[in-house]
Design a protein around this ligand. Structure first.
Ligand SMILES: *Cc1c(COP(=O)(O)O)cnc(C)c1O
Length: 376
């Protein structure tokens, strides 16, 4: 191992950058919304919902407080109820399973495949007489092989509810993540590709009934004329956050283009390193358009590499604190998923965000190469 001199620090994610990279536009939007007193369920939200639905090629988008609530509402509105089982990938945020739990149903984590997304064969094998839905997580900005997921759902009479929290604009065969099933949720948590200044999320659906139910659920059961017609909660996307998200959505394709070029640069610099497995590079497969929410690699001697990079000023992250859903025995999971267990000893996320320069990526890659004893 040839240690290279520390010449810079590359944080895993620079939260201030979310604000500072467009400070002037943000401040003027805050001033505009503030002067109008337009805080809750106002025109900026409605406009953002329209633009988001159009961007995705979906009929409806509804702003909610966060994607976790959005998934919960999507399941509830779809009629998922106590006694039902919902199949999901064990490599997802606990939020996916929690949404199922709070709908009263049982989350059933299964193995993920070589692309780290739900393994369709494992999903099919987990179907029982109680299974009502499959909930694929469109992880790391990539969309599952939805032909196979839809095939299973069709054959076994199941609903599809997508966790598209990480996948705004990701596509499979030209169709956007979040539009394949009955409903889906997207997250605007600050570190997501379209991030706001706090919590935020949206539900996407092509179904008018689901749209109507969630429209009410997020706002105390109120219908369009303000009358209470059903039981509801309070989980609205703030109008101010919607205003900020709307102007960022206009430049979203530039953001995705940049992230894809960073992914291509990682590939170029690391593809000969036998000790790591990289995500598929952009355009390596015509069926997939990935947006690189995360750049999640598999690495031999993962913990040592993480420690080494830290010493060199490079921040990395192990997704979900290193625990797959089925490993959370404290929540009552009993599944044995050996492939996911093995994978979770190897996963590591390298920096992938809009504050990275090309030189930052070269520095990260120089250090990964040095750690494994490769020349620069
Ligand atoms: C971020 C995330 C969520 C939760 O989103 P929130 O808006 O923070 O509730 C759910 N699932 C996945 C896969 C996520 O990455």
């Amino acid at each position: 191992m040839t240690t290279i001199m520390i010449s810079r620090t590359v944080p895993f994610f620079a939260y201030p950058h979310v604000f500072m990279s467009r400070e002037a536009e943000i401040l003027s939007a805050i001033r505009d919304v503030g002067h109008r007193g337009a805080f809750i369920l106002q025109e900026d939200l409605a406009r953002f919902e329209d633009n988001l639905a159009r961007f995705l090629g979906a009929k409806h988008a509804l702003g909610v407080g966060n994607a976790t609530d959005g998934l919960h509402f999507a399941l509830r509105a779809s009629g998922i109820s106590p006694g039902d089982e919902v199949i999901l990938s064990s490599h997802t945020m606990i939020a996916t399973a929690a949404a199922v739990h709070f709908a009263g149903a049982k989350p059933m984590p299964v193995e993920c495949g070589s692309d780290h997304l739900i393994d369709p064969a494992a999903a099919g094998a987990a179907v029982t007489s109680r299974t009502r839905a499959i909930m694929p997580t469109q992880l790391n900005g990539r969309t599952c092989d939805m032909d196979r997921i839809q095939g299973i759902a069709r054959d076994r009479g199941l609903l599809i509810i997508e966790d598209a929290a990480q996948a705004l604009g990701s596509q499979f065969k030209g169709r956007c993540a979040g539009t394949f099933g009955l409903a889906s949720a997207i997250s605007f948590y600050p570190a997501k590709v379209l991030g706001c200044l706090g919590d935020g999320g949206a539900v996407i659906t092509n179904d008018d009934t689901i749209h109507e139910r969630i429209y009410q659920m997020r706002d105390h059961g109120r219908s369009t004329n303000g009358e209470i017609v059903s039981w509801g909660l309070n989980s609205r996307l703030d109008n101010l956050q919607a205003a900020l998200l709307d102007f960022q959505l206009r430049k979203y394709s530039d953001v995705v283009r940049r992230r894809r070029s960073l992914a291509a640069l990682y590939t170029q610099r690391l593809k000969d390193v036998a000790e790591v497995v990289l995500p598929p590079p952009p355009d390596s497969d015509p069926d997939h358009f990935d947006i690189y929410q995360n750049y999640e690699i598999e690495a031999e001697r993962r913990d040592e590499l993480k420690q080494y990079l830290k010493g060199q000023g490079v921040g990395t992250l192990i997704q979900w604190g290193g625990q797959a859903v089925h490993q959370l025995k404290v929540l009552g999971f009993t599944q044995h998923l050996p492939h996911t267990d093995w994978l979770f000893t190897r996963l590591l996320m390298l920096p992938m965000n809009m504050s990275l320069s090309d030189d930052d990526v070269h520095y990260v890659c120089d250090n990964v190469r040095a750690f494994y004893g490769y020349s620069q």
